[in-house]
Design a protein around this ligand. Structure first.
Ligand SMILES: Nc1ncnc2c1ncn2[C@@H]1O[C@H](COP(=O)(O)OP(=O)(O)O)[C@@H](O)[C@H]1O
Ligand SMILES: [Mg+2]
Length: 212
């Protein structure tokens, strides 16, 4: 059964301007990694902003478990149902890796038994060790920052993980490692992982590819 669905979705930034997305219908299930591909300017980031509830379709619907997300509490949707990894990571550079993850837990309003321990476990899951966890973001490599951004997105234990060009600035070895993390989250933890990418190599390792 699909967890998230785009139903004839179109989007334009201004009322009478050209549609950036036109009549898109995609379905997403748990347990799979989806790659949405398309050249620059095709609307990949726009599509993610619709899926993450930051913007609403001008036509059509987005359904979460069969329910129109426009009728859901958006704060709850964004803090409980989905985890988002932005293209620029949006990590706070002066805080440490673990502080970034804990901050996100604080903001989500969810209850955690032991935030520090949970944060550490999430960071371990993406191969960030104790020493790096306590280092400021500024002092981590691009690949390490990407891992921290993934750990942070996982902190609300979301069913759906959305990522914008998650391997965009990484060398091909690190790119493979990051894809491996996504594949494990989908295949072992039944997460629905949706990434947008212009890289064919990344798309090839996904379970399903949708083209824009
Ligand atoms: N805030 C905005 N206002 C108006 N047009 C925008 C805005 N953001 C993006 N666009 C336009 O929408 C199209 C799709 O952009 P985007 O979703 O960023 O594509 P991609 O991520 O595939 O490169 C582009 O033509 C872009 O110029
Ligand atoms: Mg983009």
């Amino acid at each position: 059964m699909c967890v998230l669905e785009l139903n004839n979705v179109s989007y334009s930034y201004e009322k009478k301007s050209k549609e950036v997305l036109k009549d898109i219908s995609f379905q997403f299930e748990k347990g799979k990694v989806y790659a949405i591909t398309g050249k620059s300017g095709r609307g990949k980031t726009t599509l993610l902003s619709l899926l993450s509830g930051l913007a609403s379709p001008t036509k059509g619907k987005i359904l979460l478990d069969g329910k129109d997300i426009s009728g859901l509490d958006h704060y709850r949707y964004r803090s409980h149902d989905i985890g988002v990894i932005f293209q620029s990571f949006n990590l706070l550079p002066k805080l440490t890796a673990i502080e970034n993850v804990i901050l996100s837990m604080d903001i989500s309003g969810k209850k955690y038994n032991n935030k520090k321990k949970t944060a550490m476990e999430l960071l371990e899951k993406v191969s960030i060790g104790e020493e790096e966890s306590n280092r400021r973001i500024l002092k981590l490599s691009g690949g390490q920052q990407q891992r921290v951004a993934i750990a942070r997105a996982l902190s609300c234990n979301p069913a759906i993980l959305l990522a914008d060009e998650p391997t965009g600035n990484l060398d091909s070895e690190t790119q493979k490692d990051i894809m491996q993390i996504f594949l494990e989250l989908a295949h072992k933890e039944n997460c629905c992982v949706i990434i947008v990418t212009h890289s064919n190599e990344v798309a090839e390792s996904a379970d399903v590819v949708y083209k824009l």
